[in-house]
Design a protein around this ligand. Structure first.
Ligand code: SAM
Length: 351
């Protein structure tokens, strides 16, 4: 369901307008420092756990200049990390321009502004160096199997594994390493790959992160039994070689981090279902059609582009964003009675 919130419909809040440091804070006292921006909801893969395989979806994208303006406004509100995603962001024309403009914000606002990108890696090899030169800080590549046959079965694209592996290597050569490789694990589907991913991390010098499957798919494949909980992954990896836990990089770190007892390889486990980390959530999202989502599982979107089209100034946008963010949900309710899947699937939210 889409709720178009006019700024005047949002009750003014003294707290929201009076943050002494000017940063975005919600009513649960979380500071919002991360923005995920989807630059398209088109994708060149049709991963079987994410999409139904049928086409005919309407795609929606904003002009690059609108994303650039939105990013500038968010960064002026204390956003320190931007992740560009999709759909598949490397399909988006003008992406390098957007990264170049975003990198300019480092000198205007936040010298350490982190600009990351999540991609399926299919188009990455020739783009890795231009992305780095445009100002990208780092890259995450999604990969749900490390053998060619399983990978092609998942993506529905023959030859995709080799393309993605070459993309990862090109990203490392371009200075975008260490590359993070995200794998969504599902029981009876790709959980046979856990040990092979450990080897992949050790051999390729990438950080492999296993992510629990969430109810965000287009079809109806999710069930509690499909989720492989963190404890099970840890036990299986420990049987390969003893694991050693690494300290979190920062407070809002979503992954528990491990290496092996010889220090080679790094594994992260992100467990939003079995061990939710909502209490430390520092994120908001913007969909490719310009809607703010304060949680992956939000039941409504907030129409920022509508506000822009009505002629809002940057200051209007800032006050509106503060009020929207203030209402960020305390947590998700996966697994609880009455849980409602959001109406948008992952590919239309921006993963
Ligand atoms: N196309 C890009 C990519 O493949 O990385 C970016 C968008 S994709 C939707 C982002 C990530 O969301 C991918 O790593 C994908 O595996 C993950 N994803 C999709 N559906 C998911 C689900 N139901 N639960 C957990 N992760 C999911």
């Amino acid at each position: 369901m889409l709720s178009i919130l006019e700024p005047e419909q949002l009750a003014p809040s003294a707290a929201a307008d009076a943050e002494p440091d000017g940063r975005l804070r919600d009513s649960h006292n979380r500071t919002i420092t991360d923005l995920r921006l989807s630059v398209t909801d088109r994708c060149n893969y049709r991963c079987v756990y994410c999409r139904t395989g049928e086409d005919g979806t309407q795609y929606s994208e904003l002009p690059i200049a609108d994303y650039a303006r939105i990013l500038r406004v968010f960064v002026s509100l204390g956003i320190e990390k931007i992740r560009l995603t999709g759909g598949e962001p490397l399909l988006r024309q003008g992406l390098l321009d957007l990264i170049r403009e975003t990198a300019q914000l480092r000198s205007d606002f936040v010298p350490s502004l982190d600009i990351a990108l999540t991609t399926n890696g299919h188009l990455l090899a020739p783009l890795a160096r231009p992305l780095r030169e445009a100002g990208l800080s780092r890259i995450t590549v999604s990969m749900d199997a490390v053998d060619s046959e399983t990978f092609a079965r998942i993506t529905r694209v023959p030859g995709s594994f080799e393309r993605v592996r070459d993309g990862i290597r090109a990203a490392q050569d371009a200075g975008l390493g260490p590359v993070k490789v995200n794998c969504v694990l599902m029981r009876g589907f790709n959980d046979s790959q856990i040990e092979a991913f450990a080897e992949f991390s050790r051999n390729e010098g990438v950080i492999v992160r296993f992510i629990e499957f969430m109810p965000l798919e287009e079809g109806r494949t999710w069930a509690p039994e499909t989720v492989i909980p963190m404890d099970e992954i840890v036990a299986r990896l420990n049987a390969v070689r003893p694991l050693v836990e690494l300290p979190p990089n920062h407070l809002s770190e979503t992954a528990r981090r491990f290496t092996f007892d010889d220090g080679r390889g790094e594994i992260g486990i992100i467990a939003p279902v079995s061990r939710p980390f909502c209490g430390h959530c520092s994120r908001v999202r913007l969909t490719s059609d310009g809607k703010v989502r304060t949680c992956l599982f939000s039941q409504s979107d907030h129409d920022l582009v509508g506000l822009m089209q009505r002629g809002a100034s940057d200051d209007d946008m800032r006050s509106w964003i503060r009020r929207v963010v203030e209402r960020k949900e305390a947590r998700h309710h996966i697994g609880e009675p009455g849980f409602l899947k959001p109406s948008r699937s992952m590919v239309h939210i921006g993963g």
